[in-house]
Design a protein around this ligand. Structure first.
Ligand code: SF4
Length: 326
């Protein structure tokens, strides 16, 4: 079998790369009030990321997603996208952003080779945006979504983390946007992660959200959506957009997991919800050759867990979400 397969015969072809741990928001379930950022010297350079992607691509990785922190805060992000789009074997480069700076960079990122974008948006209300994110630029996020469409970064997907008692009363409004605006909205089950502060929220199970949305009409399964992810998609009657559910807590998708994560400081993390990491940065900066880097990437694939154990109360604690990129 060509390609990269782990101990559970899952093909690993998708690398999520956190390009920085800085963010211009402070979302309640991701960050913490006393956020400590990594020293700049610890953050991988574009050249280091490009080298690792070249090696990973030669082993079977063909899809890359750029995340953060907030990746659009990285001043030379377009340069990185252009470099990665020229790596042999990489056929899909996407981005996850909070959208605030998207209207400024959408066109240049598209020209550099970015294919599509996911925008994290948990509310449509100004005051609630402030409460959840600590920021006041909801209007910029809407402008960013529009700019992404105009730039052709399609499909533009909207990621909403649903928190009981915080924003779950907006799921119907978001779903209606798949009809009115043709948005592709994904409802993400909250995963307790990181500090106690960040874990103090309650998950709304997908089944419950699904039932609520029936008030808008019957949800027809829709397999038309592209992507490498675990979302299950549906379409409401008369909608150009779709509804997706990402159910890591109540219907986990670990058996089809295809991804690895590279943290901003060069650690290869086989599983989001487990603290195992392989240090690629040290190897790179100690002059490791391609074979050594391949050996380390394979090591990460081999130690990849079968599944997460969040439901048994096993939560990763080594680093906060904003250093991994979700
Ligand atoms: S929890 Fe780990 S194994 Fe499961 S889908 Fe996420 S990254 Fe993959």
């Amino acid at each position: 079998m060509t390609g990269l397969f782990d101990s559970w015969q899952r093909q690993i072809n998708y690398l999520r790369i956190s390009v920085c741990d800085h963010c211009n928001l402070n979302c309640v379930y991701c960050s913490e009030s006393s956020r400590i950022n990594l020293p700049r010297s610890e953050i991988l350079s574009n050249e280091e990321i490009q080298r690792l992607v070249q090696v990973a691509a030669s082993m079977g990785i063909n899809k890359v997603r750029l995340t953060g922190g907030e990746p659009l805060l990285k001043s030379d992000l377009s340069k990185l996208v252009r470099a990665l789009s020229q790596v042999e074997g990489i056929d899909d480069i996407s981005l996850t952003t909070n959208g605030i700076l998207l209207s400024k960079y959408a066109t240049e990122l598209k020209e550099a080779g970015l294919k599509r974008v996911n925008v994290s948006l948990d509310t449509l209300k100004e005051d609630r945006f402030k409460r959840i994110t600590g920021g006041d630029k909801l209007g910029d996020v809407f402008a960013g979504i529009e700019a992404a469409h105009l730039a052709g970064l399609e499909p533009v997907k909207i990621n909403m983390v649903v928190l009981r008692g915080i924003n779950d009363d907006e799921t119907i409004d978001f779903a209606r946007l798949s009809i009115d605006q043709g948005w592709h909205v994904r409802f993400i089950e909250f995963m307790p992660f990181g500090t106690a502060e960040a874990q103090a929220f309650e998950t709304v199970p997908t089944q419950e959200m699904y039932q609520r949305l029936q008030s808008l009409g019957s949800l027809e399964p829709d397999s038309g959506q592209t992507g490498n992810g675990p979302a299950k998609y549906y379409r409401l009657p008369g909608a150009n957009g779709t509804i997706g559910f990402i159910s890591a807590m109540t219907e986990h998708f670990c058996h089809t997991c295809n991804r690895l994560r590279l943290t901003a400081d060069g650690q290869l993390r086989p599983c989001l919800l487990d603290d195992d990491e392989v240090n690629l940065k040290a190897a790179l900066r100690n002059g490791a050759d391609t074979d050594e880097l391949k050996r380390l990437i394979l090591q990460a694939v081999i130690i990849k867990r079968e599944q997460h154990h969040l439901n048994e109360g096993v939560t990763p604690g080594r680093r906060p979400m904003y250093q991994i990129g979700g």
